[in-house]
Design a protein around this ligand. Structure first.
Ligand code: MRU
Length: 324
């Protein structure tokens, strides 16, 4: 059984090898790592070498299919799938993707061909959903707009052109002249390191700001629209996204700036009635204080926050799956 060649900004199947771009090293170094098994993929997901809600789902599915090609037992495949499923807690795309693979693993003799086909389908579906969100969302961007985005919701976070950044890329490709303000996104700087890298590659003009500058820019009338991604959306529309999103959404509401959440159906959690039920990942204090940080500092480091639906002007890509 052979894989098709699959290509995205942060993950590839190339000559039957599953490889990932080490996002921890961007933007200074572009290093591709071969993935030997799901446990290694799980470590790459935990350490954010592979990251972004849709991409970690796609990466997990492909890692399972790749492992099945190596003739491992059904029990071992199931065990590795459960390890992947628990690699990160907030982005529901990860659980959704593994749960689509599980029925194929729970049969007496899992079919490698079926697993490869399902993982490929999950990759290709994400590419298609990104393109659809791009077209749907670009309608909200006018020629001459200045928009703001938070974290990285681009091609690095998906198998396709991205979610929020996919909308921006589509509007740019349609010939609209736009400028993007990029929140640096403390503490791991996905905006400064990753979104900037992507926008630069795509030739989209942008300006990097510290997170704490966004509200001031809004008050000066410099931002017309805001586009963000999501890691999990509850049925009622409350959503989790990278820490700092709630502050941006609140400031947008205060300044009456349209605030758009761009996410595929795979980011909606049908079992989660509202934002209170979304688990928020807590991360290493060292991300905040650095390896040399003061040892007696108490650090609180939630990786995500949850914003209520009333702060959202429009959902792009997932509205029909929500009870609004
Ligand atoms: O760096 P991560 O994986 O913790 O960040 C997740 C995200 O990329 C963002 O929250 C993003 O805006 C939603 S995923 C397109």
């Amino acid at each position: 059984v052979l894989f098709k060649e699959l290509n995205s900004l942060g993950l590839k199947i190339n000559q039957q090898k599953l490889t990932i771009l080490d996002q921890e090293l961007l933007p200074h170094r572009e290093v591709w790592l071969e993935v030997s098994d799901p446990y290694q993929m799980s470590n790459y997901i935990r350490s954010l070498k592979v990251r972004g809600a849709p991409l970690i789902g796609v990466a997990a599915a492909l890692a399972i299919a790749d492992y099945a090609k190596k003739d491992v037992s059904r029990d071992e495949l199931l065990k590795s799938a459960m390890t992947l499923r628990g690699a990160r807690p907030t982005a529901v795309n990860l659980m959704n993707a593994v749960d689509r693979m599980l029925p194929l693993l729970k049969v007496p003799t899992p079919s490698v061909a079926n697993l490869v086909a399902k993982a490929t389908e999950i990759f290709e579906e994400d590419v298609r959903l990104c393109l659809e969100m791009g077209l749907e969302g670009a309608k909200f961007i006018n020629d001459g707009d200045t928009v703001l985005t938070h974290c990285n919701a681009g091609g690095l976070a998906t198998a396709g052109i991205g979610t929020a950044v996919g909308v921006i890329k589509t509007a740019h490709d349609q010939g609209k002249k736009i400028h993007v303000y990029v929140d640096e996104t403390r503490p791991l700087l996905q905006g400064a390191r990753l979104t900037s890298w992507e926008l630069h590659r795509h030739g989209i003009p942008f300006t990097l700001i510290c997170d704490n500058m966004a509200g001031f820019l809004m008050s000066l009338g410099k931002i017309q629209k805001i586009f963000v991604g999501a890691d999990r959306i509850a049925k009622n529309g409350d959503f989790a996204n990278k820490i700092g999103t709630f502050t941006v959404a609140t400031m947008a509401s205060v300044h009456k700036i349209p605030f758009y959440v761009v996410a595929p159906s795979t980011t909606v959690d049908p079992n989660c009635p509202n934002g209170k039920n979304i688990p928020v990942e807590q991360r290493d204090p060292k991300e905040v204080i650095g390896a040399e940080g003061h040892p007696s500092s108490q650090v609180y480091n939630p990786a995500f926050d949850v914003s209520p639906r009333h702060l959202v002007t429009e959902y792009i890509g997932c509205k029909q799956y929500l009870d609004l």
